[in-house]
Write a protein of this length. Structure first.
Length: 315
């Protein structure tokens, strides 16, 4: 059997990404039209990191697909500590239809995929957040139309999982993606190289700049993320504040004014008003963050449905 996993954004081809987004929009219009988990079949959903939107969207989505979400507290399971990742995976895959994991190192979920006999979905790692980016692309498509040719600007920490996934996901969609970030917080070179290679085939482009105005100017969508990611709490004092490296990249009304007049603002949440974004922006008329949060449900349902369909078709 040829399994399909979603471990990083470019595990999907450009055409497959478009098909998943089409499926997500169809499921939003008719939430119970796909019952691929009827039975109910069980999907294991493991959380090593704090969660709200991911757990809510996957638990709700699995139920709407006719399945049962088995939520596993990573602090209790201690995957890779109490038991090896390989052994945990061997146990899970005999009893579930798919595995969703929100964890730390990308190497952990890659190792799980090696032993899995069911699809594995990355619900966030330190390197990637592919389910979030699919929801973001879906949201941009709802508000701005076809993605190809649009410009997405991301400003803030260019070395985090959101920056990496925006690079790959937007390039797959044929978008022009710009990352505005301090020179000390650049994306991983290998991920940047992959994004540029993808963009060369889709008509998109990639720009990395330390000038936030250059990143945002004329953009159709502006996105940011909190400056202190999970696991970086010890660096909070160095990253935050007016003297911190990211202060010039805060999305204020003044910075947002450089984007297109009908640009939308995105944030994966949780957001810290007065830090990476002003309240006037996230709570203002250009903000689509609540649509974006809801669209996690529809995008994640579409991912599960697509991976199960593809894996079963090849079995």
């Amino acid at each position: 059997m040829t399994l399909r996993h979603l471990l990083a954004d470019d595990d999907l081809s450009p055409a497959e990404q478009g098909a998943v987004l089409d499926r997500a929009l169809a499921l939003k219009a008719d939430p119970f039209s796909d019952r691929c988990l009827a039975g109910p079949q069980v999907v294991a959903v493991l959380f090593d990191k704090p969660t709200l939107r991911t757990q809510l969207a996957f638990a709700t989505g699995i139920a709407q697909l006719g399945g049962h979400p088995l939520v596993v507290d990573g602090n209790l399971a201690q995957v890779g500590v109490r038991e090896s990742i390989a052994d945990v995976t061997r146990v899970l895959t005999r009893q579930v239809a798919a595995i969703v994991w929100r964890t730390f190192g990308q190497d952990r979920i890659v190792e799980m995929s090696r032993y899995a006999t069911v699809p594995v979905v990355n619900a966030l790692t330190d390197d990637y957040h592919p389910c979030q980016i699919l929801a973001d692309l879906m949201t941009i498509r709802e508000h701005r139309g076809d993605l190809a040719g649009l410009t997405l600007a991301y400003v803030g920490d260019g070395a985090n999982n959101m920056a990496h996934s925006y690079l790959l996901g937007a390039a797959l969609a044929g978008m022009h993606v710009r990352v505005g970030t301090p020179s000390a917080y650049q994306p991983k070179p290998e991920i940047l190289a992959r994004a540029r290679a993808i963009a060369a085939t889709t008509g998109g482009s990639v720009l990395i700049t330390d000038d936030p105005v250059a990143a945002v100017t004329g953009a159709d969508a502006v996105a940011t993320d909190r400056w202190v990611s999970m696991g970086q709490e010890a660096e909070s004092g160095d990253r935050k504040g007016e003297a911190g490296p990211f202060a010039p990249y805060a999305v204020s009304p003044e910075l947002m004014a450089h984007a297109a007049a009908d640009a939308v603002f995105l944030h994966c949440l949780p957001a810290y008003r007065g830090c990476e974004v002003d309240a006037a922006v996230i709570d203002g008329p250009q903000s689509v963050v609540w649509d974006e949060a809801e669209n996690r449900l529809h995008a994640q349902k579409a991912v599960l449905s697509f991976l199960l369909e593809q894996s079963r078709a090849d079995s």
